[in-house]
Design a binder for this molecule. Sequence first.
Ligand code: NDP
Length: 326
Amino acid sequence: MSTARTVIFEAPGGPEVMKLVQRPVGDPGPGEVRIRHHACGLNFIDIYQRSGVYPLPLPHALGMEGAGIVEAVGEGVTHLAAGDRVAYAAAPPGAYCDARVMKAAQVCRLPDSIDFRTGAAMMLQGLTVEYLFNRTVPLKAGDTVLFHAAAGGVGLIACQWARALGIRLIGTAGTDEKCALAREYGAAEVINYEREDFVARVRDLTDGRGVDAVMDSIGKATFEGSLDCLRPVGMMISFGNASGKVPPFDLGILGAKGCLQLTRPTLFMHIAQQEKCQSMAAHLFEMVESGKVKIRIGQEFALEDVAEAHRQMEARTTTGSSVLTV
Ligand code: NDP
């Protein structure tokens, strides 16, 4: 049996709780596959898990996406074969490693035109944008969406996806440089929410009407303001908590603010079924291969530097997607 370097943590905490250990990697069982990684993706959800916001049984490995080559497939796996180039986003966490055995259902064959680093960077964030814009609220060309953290990993993909659909995306970001980047990637309007009142600016930009939907991954710091940006019966999509969890609130607020709708989706529910996951991935690959969506890898780290990667993500100094190379 071979071994692989794997990042684990034994107690929730800061980036320092992660450590690199050697672990055995066995053969795949029924429905499983063994993958040798070339790169792994870094995502904000990894920070929620490491810090205990999303608790995991401990000790636990981290990382929810990767790309590499299939080394072996278990019984009953028909969509993959040894030697295939693949990429995936999948639970449970365990992708920060050289090689692993995992369920095959969420593992997708990577088109030859997409390199491993891009494959590792794009799956979790790209599939998220796929469901946000196509499976969450009916959106059509001409609609207006407010998207927070528009220069981040999910954000830059969202800017481009919205542009491709003819949706007017108003992006927020924490610095002027990030705002410029979001605009370059397709945001129709940008707001630096660290120095501007984003609610007032959104009202200005929509002639007082409000936006059709808000896609809010910031959580606590923006939730109430985001509700104030919506038109009557508009849809609040709360899909993350980078600033902390949204505190419990009175549902009556939705009525008082204009009969608003609210949803709290997760990618892992959308991709739980193999067929749907593979079809969402095919859609994402098509968007990338057509050039409508470009994956910007803003940061790259070696596996052993994962703590520094987490520090930078938490310090809000990253833009676009981040990858670990193995
Ligand atoms: P990002 O690259 O977007 O990084 C997070 C960004 O959030 C930061 O760069 C920063 O941008 C902004 N931010 C605002 N306040 C804070 C804060 N207090 N601490 C840290 N960051 C802050 O990350 P990802 O692309 O990986 O993910 C984006 C969001 O989407 C995350 O919240 C993630 O959990 C969520 N997500 C949810 C999914 C789901 O299905 N529900 C799936 C995938 C992602 P700025 O400086 O511009 O404000």
